[in-house]
Write a protein that binds this ligand. Structure first.
Ligand code: ATP
Length: 365
């Protein structure tokens, strides 16, 4: 399989970095962790802006750095998008976009018209960056990075300088990029909501170290990692739309081992959408509730538990009678856990109070 492979060990000033991961060279991989944990340092090593003697970096089989090789930044086919757009103020949007575009007019993998349409910037082409909104400027910056024909797109908190409304305006464009382009993207964020919406893979960092890497849903449901025990612990997974009740405005989506009913605008059957369920929104019962306003009650099995210091218990559930289906987290008080005599291996009913639709576009479409 074609992968992005990274292994950087050493010190930058007084900061110790120990970053090792291998992720598929496709889709969006989020590098996630608290401020100062070394996310940007890793990205700068990948770009060739930081040099650690003991480093390895290869992208889809192409070695950018190993014991013998160190390609300088200008010889690495990367697009880099920063928090601030950094456009040339004296050039029009069109000329900013063309700036990084290779002069040779071979069959470019990512075409000008495609980028303009994907990012919705056709109307801005003759304008000056000085008169663009923050969100528009950032879309142009992303376009410029894409037109340099990168083999890897590096995005360092591209939305963090924007207000929530502008973030919400720009996120659908990022989802479209993800769906339309066959280009691996490394995306730094410390906002789990952004990660749940955009990422397929996750690299989880703490204090200069990569704790784990792999599919987002797998890492979120791993009780040995800090995400599953955090305040906003949740799992997100892709589900298939199988039905729609227009009268009630509800859609049915299936995941392995169960299905969810949720309020949604009409969704095309057969398409996939990403759902998120918070651990705090899942309670457990030994019998199916007979009359309740909770519409999603799923058969599940308790696979593993962690007792937390705050007298609560976080349980990993596997959906379905056999527990082999999609994973959910449930967080309940230790008191109710004990009262019901819950334990690993037991079959239960997971009562899901809330399900959110976090990704609207279908990346596979
Ligand atoms: N070239 C360098 N020389 C010395 N120290 C460095 C260098 N690069 C990074 N550091 C240090 O490494 C630490 C991690 O910084 P980094 O910017 O990578 O964190 P981050 O996770 O991206 O944080 P944030 O989310 O706040 O942007 C910081 O303490 C920083 O000062």
């Amino acid at each position: 399989m074609s992968t992005v492979k990274v292994d950087f060990r050493g010190t930058l000033g007084r900061f110790e970095l120990n970053a090792r991961f291998e992720v598929p060279a496709r889709g969006v991989t989020a590098i996630f962790g608290p401020s100062g944990c070394g996310k940007t340092a890793v990205m700068r090593c990948i770009a060739g802006l930081n040099r650690l003697a003991d480093g390895l970096c290869s992208v889809a089989g192409d070695v950018w750095q190993d014991e013998k090789t160190f390609r300088p930044v200008h010889q690495r086919p990367i697009g880099y998008v920063f928090q601030e757009a950094n456009l040339f103020p004296h050039l029009s949007v069109r000329r900013n976009l063309m700036y990084g575009h290779p002069a040779t007019t071979g069959a470019a993998a990512i075409g000008f018209d495609e980028v303009v349409s994907l990012l919705g910037i056709a109307k801005l082409l003759e304008r000056s960056p000085r008169h663009l909104s923050g969100g528009e400027r950032q879309r142009v910056a992303i376009g410029r990075a894409l037109l340099s024909q990168p083999k890897l797109l590096l995005m360092d908190e591209p939305l963090s300088a924007l207000d929530q409304m502008t973030k919400d305006e720009i996120l659908p464009y990022l989802e479209r990029l993800h769906a339309a382009l066959d280009l691996p993207i490394l995306y730094i964020s410390h906002d789990i909501a952004e990660v749940e919406r955009l990422a397929d893979q996750l690299v989880l960092m703490r204090s200069g170290t990569v704790l784990a890497s792999g599919p987002l849903s797998k890492l979120q449901a791993d009780l040995s990692l800090p995400l599953a025990l955090s305040r906003d612990a949740a799992v997100s997974f892709d589900a298939e739309v199988v039905g729609q009740d227009a009268a009630d405005g509800m859609a049915t989506l299936v995941v392995p081992g169960g299905q969810f009913l949720l309020p949604a605008e009409p969704l095309p059957p057969g398409t996939r959408r990403r759902l998120r369920v918070l651990a705090d929104d899942v309670s457990l019962a030994l019998e199916a509730p007979s009359r309740s306003t909770i519409v999603n009650v799923l058969r599940a099995r308790i696979l593993e538990i962690r007792r937390q210091a705050d007298h609560r218990v976080t349980a990993l559930l596997g959906l379905g009678d056999d527990g082999e289906g999609a994973r959910l987290l449930s967080r309940v008080t230790q008191r109710s856990w004990n009262e019901l005599g819950l334990q690993t291996g037991l079959a239960v009913y997971a009562q899901v109070k809330g399900v959110a639709l976090v990704r609207r576009e279908d990346p596979a479409a």
